[in-house]
Design a protein around this ligand. Sequence first.
Ligand SMILES: [Zn+2]
Length: 473
Amino acid sequence: FSFHGVFIVVSTKYSAVGSSPPRSTRHTPIQTAAASTRTDPPGRPAATMEEELHALLRDLDALKQLPDPASIDRMRDRVVKMMGPSGAAAAATRSKIKDMSAEVVDSNPYSRLMALQRMGIVDNYERIRDYSVAIVGVGGVGSVAAEMLTRCGIGRLLLYDYDTVELANMNRLFFRPDQVGMTKTDAAVQTLSEINPDVVLESYSLNITTVKGFETFLGSLKARSSNGRSTGVDLVLSCVDNYEARMVVNQACNELRQTWMESGVSEDAVSGHIQLLVPGETACFACAPPLVVASGVDERTLKRDGVCAASLPTTMGVVAGLLVQNSLKYLLKFGQVSPYLGYNSLKDFFPTMEMRPNPQCSNPACLERQKEYMQSKPARDAAAKAKMEAEASAAIEYPVHMDNEWNISVLDDSDTATSSVQRAATDILPEGLVRELPDEDTYVEPPAAPASCGAIDDDLEELQRQLDALNSS
Ligand SMILES: [Zn+2]
Protein backbone atom coordinates (compact mmCIF):
# COMPACT_ATOMS: atom_id res chain seq x y z
CA PHE A 1 0.00 0.00 0.00
CA SER A 2 1.84 3.05 -1.21
CA PHE A 3 -0.56 5.91 -0.90
CA HIS A 4 2.34 8.19 -0.12
CA GLY A 5 4.21 7.29 -3.29
CA VAL A 6 1.17 7.86 -5.44
CA PHE A 7 0.76 11.34 -4.04
CA ILE A 8 4.31 12.24 -4.94
CA VAL A 9 3.91 10.99 -8.51
CA VAL A 10 0.66 12.90 -8.98
CA SER A 11 2.14 16.02 -7.46
CA THR A 12 5.16 15.90 -9.77
CA LYS A 13 3.08 15.45 -12.89
CA TYR A 14 0.76 18.23 -11.85
CA SER A 15 3.60 20.62 -11.21
CA ALA A 16 5.24 19.77 -14.51
CA VAL A 17 2.24 20.79 -16.59
CA GLY A 18 0.99 23.60 -14.36
CA SER A 19 1.12 27.22 -15.42
CA SER A 20 3.95 28.07 -13.01
CA PRO A 21 6.72 25.50 -13.21
CA PRO A 22 8.43 24.76 -9.89
CA ARG A 23 11.96 26.00 -9.25
CA SER A 24 12.95 22.61 -8.02
CA THR A 25 11.55 19.16 -8.64
CA ARG A 26 13.03 17.80 -5.44
CA HIS A 27 10.47 16.79 -2.90
CA THR A 28 10.23 18.17 0.54
CA PRO A 29 10.20 16.48 3.90
CA ILE A 30 6.63 17.76 4.37
CA GLN A 31 5.15 14.56 3.07
CA THR A 32 7.36 12.55 5.39
CA ALA A 33 6.47 14.68 8.37
CA ALA A 34 2.77 14.65 7.56
CA ALA A 35 2.80 10.94 6.85
CA SER A 36 4.27 10.10 10.23
CA THR A 37 1.45 11.81 12.06
CA ARG A 38 -1.42 11.28 9.63
CA THR A 39 -4.08 8.67 10.17
CA ASP A 40 -6.77 7.56 7.74
CA PRO A 41 -9.55 10.11 7.48
CA PRO A 42 -12.33 9.10 9.87
CA GLY A 43 -15.37 7.37 8.43
CA ARG A 44 -13.71 6.20 5.22
CA PRO A 45 -13.52 2.42 4.78
CA ALA A 46 -10.17 1.13 3.53
CA ALA A 47 -11.78 -0.51 0.49
CA THR A 48 -13.03 2.83 -0.77
CA MET A 49 -9.54 4.27 -0.49
CA GLU A 50 -8.14 1.31 -2.44
CA GLU A 51 -10.75 1.71 -5.16
CA GLU A 52 -9.90 5.39 -5.38
CA LEU A 53 -6.22 4.59 -5.75
CA HIS A 54 -6.88 2.09 -8.51
CA ALA A 55 -9.00 4.66 -10.30
CA LEU A 56 -6.16 7.14 -9.93
CA LEU A 57 -3.69 4.69 -11.40
CA ARG A 58 -5.97 4.13 -14.39
CA ASP A 59 -6.19 7.88 -14.90
CA LEU A 60 -2.42 8.15 -14.64
CA ASP A 61 -1.99 5.50 -17.32
CA ALA A 62 -4.45 7.38 -19.49
CA LEU A 63 -2.34 10.50 -19.06
CA LYS A 64 0.60 8.79 -20.72
CA GLN A 65 -1.41 8.67 -23.94
CA LEU A 66 -2.71 12.22 -23.90
CA PRO A 67 -1.77 14.67 -21.14
CA ASP A 68 -4.86 16.60 -20.16
CA PRO A 69 -4.55 19.37 -17.53
CA ALA A 70 -8.24 19.14 -16.60
CA SER A 71 -8.00 15.47 -15.72
CA ILE A 72 -4.85 16.17 -13.69
CA ASP A 73 -6.73 18.82 -11.70
CA ARG A 74 -9.55 16.36 -11.05
CA MET A 75 -7.10 13.72 -9.85
CA ARG A 76 -5.36 16.18 -7.59
CA ASP A 77 -8.65 17.24 -6.03
CA ARG A 78 -9.46 13.62 -5.31
CA VAL A 79 -6.08 12.98 -3.69
CA VAL A 80 -6.41 16.09 -1.52
CA LYS A 81 -9.92 15.02 -0.48
CA MET A 82 -8.62 11.58 0.50
CA MET A 83 -5.87 13.16 2.61
CA GLY A 84 -8.30 14.86 4.98
CA PRO A 85 -7.93 18.40 6.40
CA SER A 86 -4.28 18.24 7.58
CA GLY A 87 -3.16 16.48 4.41
CA ALA A 88 -4.94 19.04 2.27
CA ALA A 89 -3.02 21.78 4.05
CA ALA A 90 0.27 19.95 3.41
CA ALA A 91 -0.59 19.52 -0.26
CA ALA A 92 -1.04 23.27 -0.58
CA THR A 93 2.55 24.03 0.46
CA ARG A 94 5.29 25.02 -1.91
CA SER A 95 8.30 23.04 -3.07
CA LYS A 96 11.87 23.75 -1.96
CA ILE A 97 13.76 26.73 -3.29
CA LYS A 98 17.41 26.17 -4.16
CA ASP A 99 18.82 29.69 -3.93
CA MET A 100 17.45 32.68 -2.08
CA SER A 101 16.52 35.34 -4.58
CA ALA A 102 16.07 39.09 -4.14
CA GLU A 103 13.68 39.18 -7.09
CA VAL A 104 10.63 41.27 -6.21
CA VAL A 105 7.75 39.06 -7.25
CA ASP A 106 4.70 37.94 -5.25
CA SER A 107 5.76 34.31 -5.46
CA ASN A 108 9.18 34.82 -3.83
CA PRO A 109 9.04 34.06 -0.06
CA TYR A 110 12.43 35.67 0.51
CA SER A 111 12.15 38.99 -1.36
CA ARG A 112 11.39 41.02 1.79
CA LEU A 113 14.24 39.38 3.71
CA MET A 114 16.77 39.81 0.92
CA ALA A 115 15.76 43.48 0.82
CA LEU A 116 17.67 43.84 4.12
CA GLN A 117 20.83 43.70 2.00
CA ARG A 118 19.66 46.42 -0.35
CA MET A 119 18.77 48.55 2.68
CA GLY A 120 22.30 48.14 3.98
CA ILE A 121 21.27 46.35 7.21
CA VAL A 122 22.73 42.92 6.47
CA ASP A 123 25.81 42.22 4.33
CA ASN A 124 24.82 38.76 3.15
CA TYR A 125 21.36 37.61 4.19
CA GLU A 126 21.59 34.27 2.40
CA ARG A 127 24.18 33.16 4.97
CA ILE A 128 21.25 32.44 7.27
CA ARG A 129 20.94 29.14 5.38
CA ASP A 130 24.35 28.05 6.68
CA TYR A 131 23.27 28.31 10.31
CA SER A 132 21.81 25.74 12.68
CA VAL A 133 19.87 26.77 15.77
CA ALA A 134 18.75 24.46 18.58
CA ILE A 135 15.62 25.46 20.49
CA VAL A 136 15.20 23.78 23.86
CA GLY A 137 11.59 23.99 25.01
CA VAL A 138 8.89 24.43 22.37
CA GLY A 139 6.36 26.23 24.59
CA GLY A 140 5.01 29.76 24.59
CA VAL A 141 8.36 31.35 23.72
CA GLY A 142 10.18 28.49 21.93
CA SER A 143 7.40 27.72 19.45
CA VAL A 144 7.10 31.36 18.40
CA ALA A 145 10.89 31.69 18.17
CA ALA A 146 10.93 28.55 15.98
CA GLU A 147 8.28 30.01 13.69
CA MET A 148 10.18 33.30 13.36
CA LEU A 149 13.45 31.55 12.49
CA THR A 150 11.61 29.28 10.04
CA ARG A 151 10.02 32.23 8.29
CA CYS A 152 13.44 33.93 8.18
CA GLY A 153 14.78 30.87 6.31
CA ILE A 154 17.20 29.49 8.92
CA GLY A 155 19.18 26.52 7.56
CA ARG A 156 18.47 23.97 10.25
CA LEU A 157 16.34 23.93 13.37
CA LEU A 158 16.64 21.37 16.16
CA LEU A 159 13.63 21.23 18.50
CA TYR A 160 13.57 19.66 21.98
CA ASP A 161 10.54 19.13 24.21
CA TYR A 162 8.93 16.21 26.05
CA ASP A 163 5.48 17.74 26.45
CA THR A 164 2.28 17.35 24.44
CA VAL A 165 -0.03 20.08 23.16
CA GLU A 166 -2.95 20.81 25.51
CA LEU A 167 -6.03 23.00 25.29
CA ALA A 168 -4.55 24.91 28.24
CA ASN A 169 -1.80 26.10 25.81
CA MET A 170 -4.28 27.89 23.54
CA ASN A 171 -3.86 31.25 25.29
CA ARG A 172 -0.45 31.33 23.61
CA LEU A 173 0.55 31.60 19.98
CA PHE A 174 1.50 28.92 17.42
CA PHE A 175 -0.22 25.66 18.44
CA ARG A 176 -3.76 24.94 17.20
CA PRO A 177 -6.66 23.08 18.88
CA ASP A 178 -6.50 20.32 16.25
CA GLN A 179 -2.94 19.54 17.46
CA VAL A 180 -4.04 18.71 21.02
CA GLY A 181 -2.49 15.39 22.07
CA MET A 182 0.43 15.55 19.61
CA THR A 183 3.93 15.97 21.01
CA LYS A 184 4.93 19.62 20.81
CA THR A 185 7.92 18.76 18.62
CA ASP A 186 5.81 16.77 16.11
CA ALA A 187 3.13 19.46 16.00
CA ALA A 188 5.84 22.08 15.49
CA VAL A 189 7.46 20.12 12.66
CA GLN A 190 4.04 19.70 11.01
CA THR A 191 3.37 23.46 11.02
CA LEU A 192 6.91 24.66 10.32
CA SER A 193 7.52 22.33 7.37
CA GLU A 194 4.31 23.63 5.80
CA ILE A 195 5.40 27.25 6.31
CA ASN A 196 8.93 26.79 4.95
CA PRO A 197 10.02 23.45 3.47
CA ASP A 198 13.55 24.80 2.93
CA VAL A 199 14.33 24.54 6.66
CA VAL A 200 15.85 21.24 7.80
CA LEU A 201 13.86 20.30 10.90
CA GLU A 202 14.97 17.84 13.56
CA SER A 203 12.61 17.02 16.38
CA TYR A 204 13.66 15.46 19.67
CA SER A 205 10.80 14.44 21.92
CA LEU A 206 12.83 13.94 25.08
CA ASN A 207 13.44 15.31 28.55
CA ILE A 208 16.94 16.82 28.72
CA THR A 209 16.94 16.58 32.54
CA THR A 210 17.08 12.76 32.43
CA VAL A 211 20.45 11.01 32.03
CA LYS A 212 19.52 9.49 28.67
CA GLY A 213 17.86 12.68 27.49
CA PHE A 214 20.98 14.69 28.34
CA GLU A 215 23.22 12.29 26.40
CA THR A 216 21.00 12.50 23.32
CA PHE A 217 20.87 16.29 23.69
CA LEU A 218 24.68 16.57 23.84
CA GLY A 219 25.12 14.19 20.90
CA SER A 220 22.63 16.05 18.73
CA LEU A 221 24.32 19.41 19.39
CA LYS A 222 27.61 17.94 18.18
CA ALA A 223 26.13 16.07 15.23
CA ARG A 224 26.66 17.25 11.72
CA SER A 225 23.67 18.15 9.57
CA SER A 226 22.66 15.45 7.10
CA ASN A 227 22.85 17.90 4.20
CA GLY A 228 26.37 19.02 5.17
CA ARG A 229 25.31 22.61 5.83
CA SER A 230 27.18 22.96 9.09
CA THR A 231 28.92 21.16 11.88
CA GLY A 232 27.06 21.09 15.15
CA VAL A 233 24.92 24.11 15.89
CA ASP A 234 25.71 27.82 15.80
CA LEU A 235 23.41 28.86 18.62
CA VAL A 236 21.31 27.26 21.33
CA LEU A 237 18.17 29.03 22.49
CA SER A 238 16.86 28.08 25.91
CA CYS A 239 13.08 28.54 26.05
CA VAL A 240 12.37 26.27 29.02
CA ASP A 241 10.19 27.17 31.98
CA ASN A 242 12.11 25.82 34.96
CA TYR A 243 15.36 26.21 36.82
CA GLU A 244 16.51 22.59 36.47
CA ALA A 245 16.25 22.55 32.66
CA ARG A 246 18.14 25.85 32.44
CA MET A 247 20.93 24.40 34.54
CA VAL A 248 21.08 21.41 32.16
CA VAL A 249 21.32 23.65 29.07
CA ASN A 250 24.00 25.64 30.93
CA GLN A 251 25.94 22.45 31.69
CA ALA A 252 25.79 21.22 28.07
CA CYS A 253 26.84 24.58 26.63
CA ASN A 254 29.67 25.04 29.14
CA GLU A 255 30.97 21.56 28.26
CA LEU A 256 30.71 22.15 24.50
CA ARG A 257 31.96 25.79 24.54
CA GLN A 258 28.63 26.58 22.91
CA THR A 259 27.28 30.13 22.80
CA TRP A 260 23.63 30.23 23.83
CA MET A 261 20.83 32.57 24.70
CA GLU A 262 18.55 32.20 27.65
CA SER A 263 14.98 33.50 27.82
CA GLY A 264 12.34 33.63 30.49
CA VAL A 265 8.94 35.01 31.34
CA SER A 266 7.91 35.71 34.93
CA GLU A 267 5.25 33.69 36.76
CA ASP A 268 2.89 36.68 36.75
CA ALA A 269 3.25 36.95 32.94
CA VAL A 270 4.13 40.66 32.91
CA SER A 271 7.92 40.62 32.63
CA GLY A 272 10.66 38.66 30.91
CA HIS A 273 14.26 38.73 29.80
CA ILE A 274 16.77 37.43 27.30
CA GLN A 275 20.46 36.90 27.98
CA LEU A 276 23.51 36.03 25.88
CA LEU A 277 25.84 33.46 27.44
CA VAL A 278 29.30 32.83 26.03
CA PRO A 279 31.10 30.20 28.14
CA GLY A 280 34.12 31.70 29.91
CA GLU A 281 33.46 35.19 28.65
CA THR A 282 30.11 36.14 30.20
CA ALA A 283 28.37 34.96 33.33
CA CYS A 284 26.96 31.46 32.93
CA PHE A 285 23.54 30.54 34.31
CA ALA A 286 25.13 29.14 37.48
CA CYS A 287 27.24 32.31 37.96
CA ALA A 288 24.10 34.43 38.33
CA PRO A 289 20.66 33.08 37.39
CA PRO A 290 19.02 35.94 35.48
CA LEU A 291 15.48 35.62 36.80
CA VAL A 292 16.80 35.98 40.33
CA VAL A 293 18.57 39.12 39.22
CA ALA A 294 15.54 40.40 37.34
CA SER A 295 12.75 39.88 39.83
CA GLY A 296 14.38 39.20 43.17
CA VAL A 297 12.52 35.89 43.39
CA ASP A 298 14.31 32.58 43.40
CA GLU A 299 12.83 30.67 40.50
CA ARG A 300 13.17 27.34 42.30
CA THR A 301 10.18 28.35 44.38
CA LEU A 302 8.12 29.24 41.31
CA LYS A 303 7.09 25.75 40.19
CA ARG A 304 4.97 24.56 43.08
CA ASP A 305 2.38 21.83 42.93
CA GLY A 306 -1.10 23.12 42.20
CA VAL A 307 0.17 26.64 41.60
CA CYS A 308 -0.65 27.70 38.08
CA ALA A 309 1.65 30.30 36.60
CA ALA A 310 -0.05 32.94 34.51
CA SER A 311 0.91 33.45 30.87
CA LEU A 312 0.07 35.98 28.20
CA PRO A 313 0.60 35.60 24.43
CA THR A 314 1.73 39.23 24.36
CA THR A 315 4.60 38.93 26.84
CA MET A 316 5.69 35.61 25.36
CA GLY A 317 5.52 37.04 21.84
CA VAL A 318 7.59 40.06 22.88
CA VAL A 319 10.23 37.90 24.57
CA ALA A 320 10.35 35.53 21.57
CA GLY A 321 10.76 38.56 19.30
CA LEU A 322 13.59 39.98 21.41
CA LEU A 323 15.27 36.57 21.52
CA VAL A 324 15.13 35.97 17.75
CA GLN A 325 16.09 39.57 16.97
CA ASN A 326 19.20 39.14 19.13
CA SER A 327 19.86 35.77 17.43
CA LEU A 328 19.60 37.27 13.94
CA LYS A 329 21.98 40.09 14.91
CA TYR A 330 24.41 37.56 16.36
CA LEU A 331 24.28 35.19 13.36
CA LEU A 332 24.14 37.74 10.53
CA LYS A 333 26.45 40.22 12.28
CA PHE A 334 24.48 43.44 12.28
CA GLY A 335 23.63 45.94 15.00
CA GLN A 336 24.57 45.35 18.62
CA VAL A 337 23.96 42.00 20.26
CA SER A 338 22.43 42.57 23.70
CA PRO A 339 24.23 40.81 26.56
CA TYR A 340 21.09 41.07 28.68
CA LEU A 341 17.74 42.68 27.93
CA GLY A 342 14.89 42.74 30.40
CA TYR A 343 11.26 43.58 29.71
CA ASN A 344 8.87 44.97 32.30
CA SER A 345 5.50 45.32 30.59
CA LEU A 346 3.83 47.24 33.42
CA LYS A 347 6.22 50.17 32.99
CA ASP A 348 7.48 49.39 29.47
CA PHE A 349 10.95 49.35 30.91
CA PHE A 350 13.77 47.53 29.07
CA PRO A 351 16.81 47.29 31.38
CA THR A 352 20.14 46.18 29.91
CA MET A 353 23.30 45.09 31.66
CA GLU A 354 26.46 43.06 31.25
CA MET A 355 27.31 40.15 33.53
CA ARG A 356 30.88 38.99 33.93
CA PRO A 357 31.66 35.39 34.90
CA ASN A 358 31.85 34.61 38.59
CA PRO A 359 35.34 33.32 39.54
CA GLN A 360 33.64 31.38 42.36
CA CYS A 361 31.05 29.79 40.06
CA SER A 362 29.81 26.39 41.28
CA ASN A 363 29.99 24.94 37.76
CA PRO A 364 33.44 23.34 37.10
CA ALA A 365 33.05 23.57 33.30
CA CYS A 366 32.40 27.30 33.65
CA LEU A 367 35.63 27.73 35.62
CA GLU A 368 37.55 25.83 32.91
CA ARG A 369 36.09 28.08 30.21
CA GLN A 370 36.96 31.18 32.27
CA LYS A 371 40.55 29.98 32.50
CA GLU A 372 40.72 29.36 28.74
CA TYR A 373 39.28 32.78 28.08
CA MET A 374 41.91 34.47 30.25
CA GLN A 375 44.71 32.46 28.63
CA SER A 376 43.59 33.44 25.13
CA LYS A 377 43.49 37.15 25.98
CA PRO A 378 46.88 38.10 24.42
CA ALA A 379 45.93 36.42 21.12
CA ARG A 380 42.52 38.10 21.20
CA ASP A 381 44.04 41.51 21.86
CA ALA A 382 46.49 41.06 18.99
CA ALA A 383 43.66 40.08 16.64
CA ALA A 384 41.60 43.05 17.76
CA LYS A 385 44.57 45.37 17.23
CA ALA A 386 45.21 43.96 13.74
CA LYS A 387 41.55 44.35 12.89
CA MET A 388 41.54 47.92 14.15
CA GLU A 389 44.61 48.78 12.07
CA ALA A 390 43.12 47.16 8.98
CA GLU A 391 39.93 49.10 9.46
CA ALA A 392 41.79 52.32 10.10
CA SER A 393 43.70 51.91 6.84
CA ALA A 394 40.41 51.26 5.08
CA ALA A 395 39.36 54.68 6.46
CA ILE A 396 36.31 53.52 8.35
CA GLU A 397 35.34 56.32 10.66
CA TYR A 398 33.58 54.79 13.63
CA PRO A 399 35.51 53.76 16.76
CA VAL A 400 36.43 50.16 17.48
CA HIS A 401 36.69 49.08 21.09
CA MET A 402 39.75 46.98 21.84
CA ASP A 403 38.31 44.70 24.50
CA ASN A 404 34.92 44.41 22.90
CA GLU A 405 34.53 41.77 20.23
CA TRP A 406 30.84 42.46 19.63
CA ASN A 407 30.94 46.23 20.00
CA ILE A 408 28.88 45.90 23.15
CA SER A 409 28.86 49.03 25.22
CA VAL A 410 27.29 49.93 28.53
CA LEU A 411 24.94 52.87 28.21
CA ASP A 412 26.69 56.09 29.18
CA ASP A 413 27.04 59.66 28.00
CA SER A 414 29.27 58.85 25.06
CA ASP A 415 26.79 56.27 23.77
CA THR A 416 24.62 58.78 21.93
CA ALA A 417 27.62 60.07 20.03
CA THR A 418 28.76 56.54 19.11
CA SER A 419 25.37 55.44 17.86
CA SER A 420 24.89 58.51 15.70
CA VAL A 421 28.32 58.01 14.14
CA GLN A 422 27.53 54.35 13.47
CA ARG A 423 24.15 55.21 12.08
CA ALA A 424 25.76 57.68 9.69
CA ALA A 425 27.74 54.80 8.19
CA THR A 426 24.55 52.90 7.33
CA ASP A 427 22.50 55.99 6.57
CA ILE A 428 22.91 55.86 2.82
CA LEU A 429 19.65 54.68 1.30
CA PRO A 430 19.39 53.29 -2.22
CA GLU A 431 18.38 55.72 -4.94
CA GLY A 432 14.72 56.63 -4.89
CA LEU A 433 14.17 55.91 -1.19
CA VAL A 434 13.71 58.55 1.47
CA ARG A 435 13.27 58.32 5.21
CA GLU A 436 9.81 59.14 6.50
CA LEU A 437 11.00 60.58 9.79
CA PRO A 438 13.84 63.05 10.24
CA ASP A 439 16.97 61.82 11.97
CA GLU A 440 17.71 63.40 15.32
CA ASP A 441 20.81 65.10 13.94
CA THR A 442 18.94 66.62 11.01
CA TYR A 443 15.97 67.71 13.08
CA VAL A 444 15.29 71.38 12.50
CA GLU A 445 14.00 73.47 15.37
CA PRO A 446 10.63 75.04 14.59
CA PRO A 447 10.90 78.82 14.06
CA ALA A 448 10.82 80.67 17.35
CA ALA A 449 7.52 82.25 18.35
CA PRO A 450 7.32 85.99 17.77
CA ALA A 451 9.09 87.80 20.56
CA SER A 452 6.37 90.37 21.14
CA CYS A 453 2.97 91.51 19.92
CA GLY A 454 4.73 94.35 18.14
CA ALA A 455 5.76 92.00 15.33
CA ILE A 456 2.15 90.94 14.81
CA ASP A 457 1.03 94.57 14.81
CA ASP A 458 3.64 95.36 12.15
CA ASP A 459 2.38 92.46 10.03
CA LEU A 460 -1.23 93.66 10.36
CA GLU A 461 -0.25 97.19 9.30
CA GLU A 462 1.57 95.82 6.27
CA LEU A 463 -1.48 93.68 5.35
CA GLN A 464 -3.76 96.68 5.71
CA ARG A 465 -1.48 98.71 3.39
CA GLN A 466 -1.60 95.94 0.78
CA LEU A 467 -5.42 95.76 0.98
CA ASP A 468 -5.70 99.51 0.65
CA ALA A 469 -3.44 99.42 -2.38
CA LEU A 470 -5.63 96.71 -3.97
CA ASN A 471 -8.84 98.68 -3.27
CA SER A 472 -7.48 101.92 -4.73
CA SER A 473 -6.25 100.35 -7.96
ZN1 LIG B 1 29.51 30.09 35.79
